[in-house]
Design a protein around this ligand. Sequence first.
Ligand code: FE2
Length: 249
Amino acid sequence: MIFRQLFEPLSSTYTYLLGCEETGKAVLIDTVVPSMSRDLAELKRLGLELAFTVETHLHADHITAALDLKQAVGSKIAAPAFDRLPCADVGLEEGKPLQVGSVVLQPLHTPGHTDGHFSYLVDDRVFTGDALLIDGCGRTDFQNGDADALFNSVRQKLFTLPDDVLVYPAHDYKDRRVSSIAQERKRNPRLGEERTLEEFREIMAKLDLPYPKFIDSAVDGNRQCGVCPPNLPENLAHYCRQITESPQG
Ligand SMILES: [Fe+2]
C-alpha cells in the first residue's frame, strides 16, 4: 500500500492518503479545504487516481474538501451512514468494509466525540479520528458527545486491537505523528488502562475548553460534504482559502 500522512497546519489535521499499488486507486481520509491543492498535487506525483474521500466524523474545526475533490476529479464521498448525509455517495457502517483495489478499510463505530464517529482499520494501521489522539482524545462536550460512550469505544473497540497496530489520529498539536495500541493502552493519560470510567468522566468534565470558534460554520458546511459559508467573517476566512505553499508531510 502507498501511504502518506499529510499535515494541515491551520487546524492541525492529518489527512491520510492510502493508495493501491496494483490499480492506482486511492483514498483520502479527512481532507481539509485549504489543503486540497496539496492533496491533488500529491496524488498526481504518485500517479494515483482518487476513488474516495472518507470522513471519520462531522468535523467542527475545519471543512472537508470532499465535495470540492468530487467536483475536481470525480471521487466519491464516503461518510458514516449514521449521519445520513444526503450528499454522501456511500454510507459507511461497521461490518461493511470499503474496498479500493487492494486497500480495505474496516469501519469501526467509535462514538463519544460525536455520536456518528468512525475509526477505520486498514491492516496494521487504525485511523482513529478524534476518538483516540496520541496521549489524549477529542472533546466530548459538543455534537452529542458523551464521555461514557467514548470510554467504551476506546476500551472495547480500539484497545482490543493487537498491540502492534499503529494509531494514526486526526490531529496532533505537538508534532507527534503516530502511536500504537500498546502505547496508548499503557500511557494515555485519559484513557490508559489504569484509568477508571469515573476518573475519565471527571477529566472530561473539568477540561473547561473554550467554545470552538469555527464550529457553527464547520458543522453546517460538513453536513453538505464541504461547503464554505458565503459570508465568513475575515477572522475565519483562512479556513476556506487554499494554502499555496509546496506539499509537505
Ligand atoms: Fe472532531
